[in-house]
Write a protein that binds this ligand. Structure first.
Ligand code: GLN
Length: 491
C-alpha cells in the first residue's frame, strides 16, 4: 500500500483490523522508511526491528483469530527514558549506554496489549534535561522542517519522528514542557495529561513530582486515541489517580459557545518580546475562538508568570539530584576502571558518565537540599508552588480553558543556546506552570513563521479536565487550515 506514512494512526488500525493490510506489512514499510530518513534527523537512538516484527506477527495471528485492537499494527516511537523490556534504554546518557530494561513500563505494556508495534527508542536531552535535544550523548536530533534547527526538547526525537512521518504516534515525557515545546517546534500535537492520569511506572525518573508521560500525534483525534490507551489507574505507581479517562471518540463540536477562555496576560506575546509572525499567529488563534463563539477574557496570573521558572529550577534539580544518586557505575553503564577505591570509583564514574547539563542540575539540586539551605530554597520553592496551584484554581473559577503561546520562539539554530543555559531555560516559561500545578496542557499547531517554521498554541485546563482540553483543541484544529501542513522532508 502506498503512502502509509501519511495515514493517521486510527486509519492504519482500521486497515489492519479489517484485514486490508497486515501488521507485518505496515511495519516493514515503516522500518524501511526509518532506515532511509532517520540518518537525516537522528530521531532514534535504536530501531527495534526484531521486536517490531515479532509483535506484528503476533497481532496478525490474533486478528486472524478474530481479535480487534484499538491500535492494531500502529507503529509507535518510544522516548528512550521509558523501559521496554530487553531493549536498550539509555536516557541518551553514557552512564546508561549498555543498559537493557529488565522490565516493561505500564504505558508500553498497555500499548502492546492494544496492538501497537514498537518501532524504536527516540533521542532526548540526557535524562530529559533540556529544551533542544542537543544535550544527548548520542548526538543532536534535527528538526524535519529545517535540519539546521533544533526540534525542541527534551522529547525532540519523538517529536521529530512524528513530524517527519516516521511514526504516526510517539510517547514522550513532560517535566517542564518536554512534550509540548518540541511538539510546537515540530508542528504537531503534544499533550501533558493531568499528573497521575498516566502511570509513571517504568519511566526513568527525572523529577518525580513533575514527570508525566503523554502522547505525540499529527492531530488531536490520534492524540486522544493514544491517551485513551495509556491512561488509567496503575497500582504500581503510588501517585497514579483512581480517576477514569473518558475513553470514547471525541465529540465533534461545531463551535465554542458556552466556553470561557482566559488569555494569560503576562504570557501573551507582543512585538517587543516576540517576532511579529508569532504575535500574528496568536492573534489569529484568538480570533478563531472568538468566531467560534467562545467568551474570551484576559486574565492576570502574576505569581505564575513571575515565579514558575525560579520554583521549577529549585524543585526539578533537587528531585533530580536525589533520583540520579543511584547511578554509581557499579551494575551497569560507565565505570571508570582507573579508580583506586570505592569512593573514587563512584565519583570518577559519575564524572565520566554524566554530561555537563546533568552535572549542573545535580550540583544545583544537592545545594538546594543541603542542610542550612533547605529552608531557604527547597522549602520556600514548595511553598510558592502551592501558591501557584492556588492561582490556577482561582483562574479556573472564572474560565474553562487558559490560552498562551507554547513557546516564545520557533525552532532556533543548532548551537544557538548551548552556551547560555539561562536562555535555554527561558524556552519553558509558558509550559512549566502546568507541571507545577499538575494540570493538563497541550500544544497544537496554529501557523508558521516566515521561515516556514511551525508555531504552537498552548491550551490548559483544570485537573482532570483532559477531555474538555482535547475537545477544545479539536474544534480549533478543524478551523485552522495550517494544522495539516507536512514538512517537505516527510512527503
Ligand atoms: N526543558 C526543561 C528542563 O530542562 C523541561 C524538561 C522536561 O520537561 N523534561 O528541565
Amino acid at each position: 500500500m502506498k503512502d502509509l506514512h501519511l495515514k493517521k494512526a486510527r486509519q492504519i488500525a482500521e486497515l489492519v483490523n479489517s484485514k486490508q493490510i497486515k501488521a507485518t506489512q505496515v511495519i516493514e514499510y515503516f522500518l524501511k522508511r526509518a532506515e532511509e530518513l532517520n540518518p537525516k534527523i537522528n530521531a532514534f537512538n535504536s530501531i527495534t526491528s526484531e521486536l517490531a516484527i515479532k509483535q506484528a506477527e503476533e497481532v496478525d495471528k490474533q486478528i486472524m483469530a478474530g481479535k480487534q485492537f484499538a491500535l492494531a499494527g500502529v507503529p509507535i516511537a518510544i522516548k528512550d527514558n521509558l523501559c521496554v523490556e530487553s531493549t536498550y534504554t539509555t536516557c541518551s546518557s553514557k552512564i546508561l549506554e549498555n543498559f537493557k530494561a529488565p522490565y516493561e513500563a505500564t504505558v508500553t505494556s498497555r500499548l502492546w496489549s492494544a496492538g501497537a508495534i514498537c518501532l524504536g527508542k527516540t533521542n532526548l536531552d540526557e535524562f530529559a534535561m533540556g529544551s533542544s535535544t542537543e544535550h544527548s550523548a548520542f548526538g543532536a536530533t534535527n528538526n524535519p522542517w529545517n535540519t539546521k534547527m533544533v526540534p525542541g526538547g527534551s522529547s525532540g526525537g519523538s517529536a521529530s519522528a512524528v513530524a517527519a512521518r516516521l511514526a504516526p504516534l510517539a510517547l514522550g515525557s513532560d517535566t517542564g514542557g518536554s512534550i509540548r515545546q518540541p511538539a510546537a517546534l515540530c508542528g504537531i500535537v503534544g499533550m501533558k495529561p493531568t499528573y497521575g492520569l498516566v502511570s509513571r511506572y517504568g519511566l526513568i525518573a527525572f523529577a518525580s513530582s513533575l514527570d508525566q508521560i503523554g502522547p505525540f500525534a499529527t492531530d488531536i483525534e490520534d492524540a486522544n486515541l493514544l491517551l485513551s490507551v495509556i491512561a488509567g489507574h496503575d497500582a504500581k505507581d503510588s501517585t497514579s489517580l483512581h480517576a477514569d479517562f473518558n475513553y470514547n471518540k471525541l465529540t465533534q463540536n461545531k463551535d465554542c459557545k458556552n466556553l470561557k477562555i482566559g488569555l494569560i496576560k503576562e504570557l501573551m506575546l507582543t512585538e517587543s518580546n516576540a517576532s511579529p509572525e508569532l504575535v500574528n499567529a496568536m492573534n489569529m488563534a484568538i480570533e478563531t475562538f472568538k468566531r467560534l463563539g467562545a467568551d474570551i477574557q484576559e486574565i492576570s496570573l502574576p505569581l505564575i508568570a513571575e515565579h514558575s521558572l525560579d520554583v521549577y529550577y529549585i524543585i526539578a534539580p533537587s528531585e533530580a539530584s536525589s533520583n540520579l544518586a543511584r547511578y554509581d557505575g557499579v551494575r551497569y553503564g560507565v565505570r571508570d576502571k582507573s579508580a583506586t577505591g570505592i569512593n573514587s570509583m563512584y565519583s570518577q564514574s559519575r564524572a565520566k558518565g554524566f554530561g555537563s547539563e546533568v552535572v549542573r542540575r545535580i550540583i544545583i539540586g544537592t545545594y538546594a537540599l543541603s542542610s542550612g539551605y533547605y529552608d531557604a530554597y527547597y522549602k520556600k520553592a514548595q511553598q510558592v508552588r502551592r501558591l501557584i496551584s492556588e492561582e490556577f484554581k482561582k483562574a479556573f473559577q472564572s474560565v474553562d480553558i487558559l490560552l498562551s503561546p507554547t513557546s516564545p520562539l520557533t525552532a532556533f539554530p543548532m548551537g544557538a543556546k548551548l552556551d547560555d543555559p539561562l536562555s535555554m531555560y527561558l524556552c519553558d516559561i509558558a509550559t512549566i506552570p502546568a507541571n507545577l500545578a499538575g494540570i493538563p496542557a497541550l500544544s497544537v499547531n496554529c501557523g508558521f513563521d516566515s521561515n516556514n517554521l511551525p508555531i504552537g498554541l498552548q491550551l490548559m485546563a483544570p485537573q482532570l479536565a483532559d477531555r474538555k482540553l482535547l475537545e477544545t483543541a479539536f474544534v480549533f484544529e478543524q478551523n485552522c487550515p495550517q494544522a495539516e501542513k507536512i514538512p517537505a522532508l516527510a512527503l
